[in-house]
Ligand binder design. Structure first.
Ligand SMILES: [Cu+2]
Length: 262
């Protein structure tokens, strides 16, 4: 009887917890679904590994609690005295090996896709500065600095915070959708990180080195990010805003920006 009450209490607790988590909109705690194939792949891989962990958790803790309840001393069980069971040892070596192997194959596929910067449609060079970003569109001959546009008054709490507080910029990085865009990331001073979660890119900008990565944005929209490496006193104030637009809109933006530059 006691046992049943305990199990019922545990189950009620678990159900209550999962209901609370679900109603709180738990997806904000998860990885973003993202707007690129790599972002989606990262999300799927993350969920795949998470469910494997959950399965292991259920099996291991299930066996443990079953043993504790069913084989306890007060109901008359005596501890077994045995060691070395070849079958069990083979099973608990082979099963984890298979699980890790499957995860490694999937993860390696994802990593290779992320690293494949070959055959880009266009290239943008990104140079980090304390504390702003410089963008050079190598094909289109556009070049500009992008700085945070949140007024100082909001930061110093003299004015109410805006909707995009500290993740808004004066000049957005405009890119066309469904184009493979190679990003060459470097830095002018210290190490920075060009980090846009929705695009699954978090790339170091290191002085003296050029690192390459790429994006291929599938959905038009505005994607916000921030510098991910502590790079000095204004580190928190060097956001990134990428605006993905249709091909025609991109061409129009290029013409407009070039006309304004010259
Ligand atoms: Cu930085």
């Amino acid at each position: 009887m006691e046992q049943k009450k305990l199990v019922a209490a545990l189950m009620a607790g678990a159900a209550g917890l999962s209901a609370t988590v679900a109603s709180a909109g738990y997806d904000v705690l998860n990885l973003p679904l993202g707007a690129t194939a790599n972002a989606r792949n990262n999300y799927d891989l993350h969920m795949f590994v998470l469910w494997i962990c959950f399965g292991i958790f259920v099996v291991v803790f299930g066996a443990m609690f079953y043993s504790i309840l069913k084989h306890r001393k007060s109901v008359g069980h005596k501890a077994e005295h045995f060691h070395e069971n070849t079958t069990v040892e083979i099973v608990w070596t082979v099963i984890p090996f298979i699980i890790i192997g499957v995860m490694a194959v999937k993860a390696t596929g994802g990593l290779l896709a992320i690293r494949d910067t070959s055959n880009p449609d266009m290239t943008i060079k990104i140079t980090a500065h304390q504390w702003q970003w410089k963008y050079d569109y190598l094909q289109d001959g556009i070049s500009f600095y992008s700085k945070m546009s949140t007024p100082r008054d909001q930061i110093e709490a003299n004015a109410p915070k805006g909707e995009h507080y500290v993740v808004e910029v004066d000049k957005e990085v405009v890119v066309p959708v469904n184009k493979k865009i190679r990003l060459l990331v470097t830095s002018n001073d210290v190490i920075h990180g060009w980090y846009v979660p929705d695009l699954a890119v978090n790339q170091y900008g290191i002085p003296g080195f050029i690192k390459d990565t790429y994006i291929n944005v599938e959905k038009p929209g505005v994607y916000r990010g921030q510098c991910s490496q502590i790079c000095g006193k204004e580190h928190a104030y060097m956001p990134i805003v990428v605006r993905a637009v249709s091909d025609d809109e991109y061409k129009a933006w290029v013409e407009e920006t070039k006309a304004a530059q010259s």
